[in-house]
Ligand binder design. Structure first.
Ligand code: ADP
Ligand code: MG
Length: 411
């Protein structure tokens, strides 16, 4: 049996018209000899009746605090509804289909409610379904603990469901269908001249995803990479092939063709809505144990920190603004003197090809300063350079870096 996993995001299943495109992709896969397994997200975005945020809002409208267990119960409904509606759409088109919850599809997770990790996939029920020639439609973003409690996998979790099923079923491809044509050189919402990247390696997309490119969840990339299953990111709304992600990019043979593996920067990623925290101290922050206490307290509260700088008299870092108030409350118990400011964004130039190439940082700094964009902090690794800028400068910062590295030209 040749299995293909086809994951459809929220906008791809939101309306009857969108679902007709899904039907088309399923039909095509079947005509090509594949047995499709669909993974679906909740229908639509915030404000739509069955979208994840709407369901959370419903629980919170009664009482602001919701237990993580109950939060997962209500959140998991969105994908279940989408799976049933999609099964109906396929049936109406004359295709036999069966909807599964994550648990029924054998997605077993740990018990970290709202951010659970898949620990095992038992794909027998899905396999049996495919063997009967029936399309399996799995509710994404959710699983079940060994004790039978319903969990969810965190934002972007349907991508992870698709990857885990793809590996467990030894699929030929894991296709992530979405509302853009593939992985692009920058978020097209910010950079309208962003270009689709035809092919990428797992490590390139992983790096882009970790730096904020939300088009595919980094965990999904890691799982596909471990299982060596090629991943394709493509549009629900047309037939283009999108971005093929695999271990290596095809080597160009024709003389004169640009060697893709030599591209210094693959793309520009960003994270919006971040807060900058600074803690000054008259005593050495390391020997006094202050640095340790601060980061331990944040870790215990599940607040992830980034762009960390520690010097003897100062600690600074950034966090998502959604955690701003909570982090401040926790840290005030440890240190009275904290400056915390909202209104920042992180912009990153990402590319495996920048390893060992001199002058990339200089180009980043020059491009931003020519655009009169102040840089508040920077950090770099072998494969990325990140700068903290003011939120109001974010879009211009993305443009400046995108232009500097020639990403607006077709690759
Ligand atoms: P889905 O609901 O299908 O999972 P997402 O909203 O999670 O869709 O991901 C698709 C969105 O990711 C796009 O609409 C786009 O705005 C955003 N995005 C961010 N960075 C990139 C990038 N580098 N390439 C393509 N899309 C990106
Ligand atoms: Mg997504």
């Amino acid at each position: 049996m040749r299995i293909i996993v086809q994951k459809f995001g929220g906008t791809s299943v939101a309306t009857p018209e969108a679902r007709q495109y899904v039907v088309k992709h399923v039909r095509r896969a079947i005509s090509e000899g594949f047995s499709p397994v669909l993974v679906v997200s909740a229908m639509g975005r915030k404000g739509d009746p069955y979208a994840t945020d709407t369901l959370i809002g419903l629980a919170r409208s009664v009482l602001e605090t919701v237990n993580p267990q109950e939060l997962d119960l209500i959140q998991s409904c969105g994908e279940i509804i989408a799976a049933v509606v999609m099964a109906q759409s396929l049936a109406a088109a004359g295709l036999s289909a069966r909807a599964f919850t994550g648990g029924q599809a054998g997605i077993v997770t740990d018990a970290s409610f709202t951010n659970a990790r898949i620990i095992e996939v038992r794909p027998d029920a899905v396999k049996a379904c495919l063997e009967k020639g029936v399309v399996a439609i799995v509710a994404g973003f959710q699983g079940v603990t060994r004790d039978g409690e319903i969990t969810t996998l965190g934002r972007g979790g349907s991508d992870t469901t698709a990857a885990a099923l793809g590996v467990a079923l030894n699929a030929e491809y894991i296709d992530i269908f979405t509302d853009v044509g593939g992985v692009m050189t920058a978020d097209p919402r910010l950079a309208p001249d962003a270009q689709i990247l035809g092919d990428m390696t797992y490590s390139e997309i992983c790096e882009m995803a970790h730096m904020g490119a939300k088009v595919v969840h980094p965990r999904a990339v890691e799982i596909s990479m471990e299982g060596q299953i090629p991943l394709r990111v493509r549009s629900t709304f047309d037939d283009s092939t999108g971005t093929l992600i695999s271990e290596s990019r095809p080597r160009p043979t024709a003389a004169g063709k640009e060697i893709l593996s030599d591209r210094v920067v693959t793309g520009i990623a960003h994270v919006a809505d971040v807060s900058l925290f600074k803690i000054e101290s008259a005593h050495d922050v390391n020997s006094s144990g202050l640095a340790l206490n601060v980061f331990q307290a944040l870790a215990q509260a599940g607040v992830s920190v980034d762009l960390i700088h520690v010097s003897p008299d100062q600690i600074s870092f950034i966090i998502q603004t959604s955690s701003h108030d909570r982090a401040l409350e926790i840290l005030r118990k440890i240190v009275p003197e904290i400056t915390a400011s909202k209104g920042y964004a992180k912009v990153s130039a990402v590319g495996a090809g920048m390893r060992g190439v001199p002058g990339v940082m200089a180009r980043v700094v020059q491009a931003l300063s020519q655009a009169h964009i102040p840089i508040y902090q920077t950090t770099d690794s072998h494969t990325n350079i990140s700068c903290l800028v003011a939120e109001k400068d974010l879009q211009r910062a993305v443009w400046a870096l995108h232009d500097e590295f020639g990403l607006n030209k077709r690759q």
